[in-house]
Design a protein around this ligand. Structure first.
Ligand SMILES: Cc1cc2nc3c(=O)[nH]c(=O)nc-3n(C[C@H](O)[C@H](O)[C@H](O)COP(=O)(O)OP(=O)(O)OC[C@H]3O[C@@H](n4cnc5c(N)ncnc54)[C@H](O)[C@@H]3O)c2cc1C
Length: 416
């Protein structure tokens, strides 16, 4: 099979053939994923040297779907597979690729993202967590916030400042932080929708081995942009539909997904639940109301058009394009749909939408929608930041005034 001109049908047939020969649900999940990685079918678009087959980008999604269709299991869910692994693959060095890609892609090591700080969210390059080299170890001090899943991650994708004498984007380094150590204190935050998915992470003389640097010292911003581009692309990922059949590998994969998605149980509500508006209107006896009907039609039109944009992004990926501006368009559309959907649910439910519990609108789902939708337009870069990206990168409009871009970080006046 020549990677350049391979067809979808050939890939589908080859992976099905291989899976029928090798899939055994009695294996442990780790054994199965090791076999899958060694075969190159875990992420077939990756280079042969790094667990792949050098196939076109579209092959990953196709093969993932085919493995599920055949009742088997693919790569683990979570930010390790979706963010850390592709960033390490893109930026190296080889020593980290050797050491970290395999345990990440078998699910032995889980990850969280330690980017945002109390004073650095949209202005991520303004971060002030410091990293100082002490012999063979980096010593880290600072505070991170909003860190999803940090309370059970093994490793953190950490951005920290290694040089304050250069402009802010140039003095950042991207580290791999071992989370389970005395210098790392993780405190869960309670949200207004009663879930606790995020954490504050306090770093007090936390230690990182010298070689745990992604890319190179001082070049963390470039690697961070790779992670953020993948984050926009994967914002809407769903739980894989594993076969309900018995078997150790399947049991372990289902448990892994249960554990992972427990943190994200409110994410469908965060997206506004446009899929529920018709059911909700019927249940509330409002499906005949002309104003509500108009609002539903407008929402579902927006939703359908956005699905076409996502399709366009998928086609771009299929021809090998890296995640780009269509990620920002899709993310902005998702925020608009979420807000519009929450508005329609509120029109239908009226004051009852504020009630929680089993006898409230759709068993409390609507109240959770209203409380969760604001998060959609913040996570992974706010709406305003997506608009800036689109204005500058797609429309070619003049750049935003950035007066602190070219002066040494140490000369910037900081908040607080
Ligand atoms: C559900 C969720 C999950 C998250 N998970 C993680 C995670 O796992 N790891 C992690 O590190 N972070 C995570 N975050 C943090 C997220 O990346 C930040 O919240 C986000 O980047 C915004 O930063 P901020 O909260 O500091 O807001 P700020 O940057 O302080 O922004 C405040 C307001 O000012 C606006 N604004 C700021 N700058 C500009 C500008 N230049 N032009 C126009 N308007 C501007 C913003 O749009 C916003 O409305 C998560 C956030 C959410 C909501």
């Amino acid at each position: 099979m020549s990677p350049a001109d391979v067809t979808a049908e050939q890939v589908r047939a080859a992976v099905a053939d291989w899976t029928r020969q090798h899939w055994d649900p009695a294996m442990s999940l780790r054994e199965w994923r090791t076999l899958l990685l060694d075969s190159g079918w875990a992420l077939p678009s990756w280079p042969e040297r790094w667990h792949g087959r050098g196939l076109p980008a579209w092959a990953d999604e196709l093969v993932g779907g085919e493995l599920l269709r055949l009742g088997a299991v693919g790569t683990p869910v979570g930010s390790g597979t979706w963010l850390a692994a592709p960033t390490i693959l893109a930026h190296g060095p080889d020593e980290l690729r050797e050491r970290l890609l395999r345990p990440t892609l078998t699910g032995e090591q889980t990850w969280c993202q330690l980017f945002s700080e109390p004073g650095a969210g949209s202005d991520l390059a303004g971060l002030s967590t410091s990293a100082v080299l002490d012999g063979d170890t980096w010593v880290i001090n600072g505070q991170k916030v909003w860190n999803t899943s940090a309370h059970h991650a093994d490793l953190g994708m950490l951005l920290a400042r290694t040089d304050s004498s250069v402009p802010k984007h140039q003095g950042i380094t991207y580290f791999v932080l071992p989370m389970k150590q005395p210098g790392v204190e993780v405190r869960q935050l309670r949200q207004m929708n009663f879930h606790a998915s995020f954490n504050e992470v306090f770093l007090t003389d936390a230690r990182i081995p010298k070689e745990n640097v992604v890319g190179a010292v001082g070049q963390g911003w470039t690697a961070a942009l790779t992670t953020l581009a993948y984050e926009r692309r994967f914002a809407a990922l769903r739980r894989p539909s594993y076969s309900p059949a018995p078997g150790r590998a399947l049991d372990e994969a289902r448990a892994e997904a249960d554990d992972h998605f427990a943190t994200y149980s409110w994410y469908p509500q965060r997206a506004g639940r446009p899929d529920l508006v018709i059911e909700h209107a019927r249940a509330a006896g409002a499906a005949g109301d002309p104003v509500i009907r108009q609002a539903i039609a407008r929402l579902l039109t927006l939703h359908r058009v956005s699905a076409w944009t996502a399709e366009r992004a998928r086609s771009a990926r299929a021809v090998g394009a890296r995640p780009g501006a269509e990620g920002s368009i899709g993310k902005l559309a998702a925020s608009n749909i979420a807000r519009e959907s929450a508005k329609v649910h509120a029109m239908i439910a009226g004051a009852k939408g504020m009630l929680t519990g089993p006898d409230s609108a759709l068993g409390g789902v609507i109240a959770e929608v209203l409380m969760s939708v604001p998060g959609q337009s913040i996570a992974g870069g706010t709406d305003e930041i997506q608009k800036n990206i689109l204005a500058e990168k797609v429309l070619g409009l003049p750049g935003e005034m950035r007066v602190d871009k070219d002066i040494p970080f140490s000369q910037i006046q900081h908040r607080g």
